[in-house]
Design a protein. Sequence first.
Length: 439
Amino acid sequence: MDEQMTIMSHAAIQPLPARLRPQTIDEIAGQQHILGPGKVLRRIIEQDAVSSMIFWGPPGVGKTTLANVIARQTRAKFINFSAVTSGIKEIRTVMQQADENRRYGEKTIVFVDEIHRFNKAQQDAFLPFVEKGSIILIGATTENPSFEVNGALLSRCKVFVLRALSEEDITSLLKRALESPAGFGNQKVEISEDLLRSIAAFSNGDARMALSTLEMAVLNGDLDGEVTTVTAETVEQCTSRKSLLYDKNGEEHYNLISALHKSMRNSDPDAAVYWLARMLEAGEDPIYIARRVTRFASEDVGLADPRALELSVAAFEACRLIGMPECSVHLTEAVVYLSLAPKSNALYTAYEKARADALTQLSDPVPLHIRNAVTGLMRDIGYGKGYQYAHDYEDKLTGMRCLPDSLSDREYYVPTSQGLEAKFKERLESIKDWKLRNG
């Protein structure tokens, strides 16, 4: 009896979104484009024929819920993995166990929430086990997997795009919360249809936000005997922080980061700080912004001001270590600095030009004289022969060629005259003049 009471008490203190988490496909709100009758994902789940896949969509649309439904449906072993707390060692331990299970005919499904938080090395640790079928990987992400999941892993996963829920979907969900014994079905709650629709509109397609807002409104409602009345004033207080972020198709996420980038590029600190605030106050992950700001430091400022990268990395570390709301001022410092810094995209264009050649001329050999002769055989066939050690020369320069023959005339890095890059430009020109005279 005591154990039963403990279980009941634990359920009672769970947040409303957890209590109402769907147990079956039919209980999931929205996503009819992939879960409707006859749709591909529904068939895959019902037939227990799950393959590696990634669920991509905004917060609160059912990514983790889908994984939980699959866990209940499948006959495979199901492992929940956290991208926030799991390292490469934990990944490999689980993978080796899955490999062992496969030999005995047991499938293993590994669910990774927020897979975009895994770095490349962590993602690579999954790859060989996905390739040979030791595991079925299911990832969930709010970020575009084209950018946040490495290509080799992404090519082995089917991507399912989950959409923000409609107001109708969320209004129906709120009504179910009021009627279900897992929600407020055992209480007498009076709230008008209009107020339910107000909460649905406020949630911007996020079921978790809608249910949490409803719970807050009920808990703060006017209690008269056994009846709790939720008024417009109560709902207004619970939704006073306006939801500023994503529109109904999730596009605003990318519109806002684009606005931040282009404002910094246009040297407009006021606009840049405004777009930064729009993202942070709407709940955007500061780490995501910090990553993009750090990229900007090299892509759009580069050697015109090398300190831009240092400051951006420092802001990134501040975000990682202390989080919101404290890190907002560190991001503001980085964004204003980058807005005012001299601009150069010379590093970006240098890499893009080199990348194009690297992809089309993969077979060009490394010149023998700059290869490392680590064995006697390598020395015998000419590895390292003719190498000129720059430090042995008075000017610390040699006329030695380092590009393949087919690319000997290429110039990838073309410095601008902006900021400190003007000095790098002057230095590069003097190097080229020296090589022309001494070549």
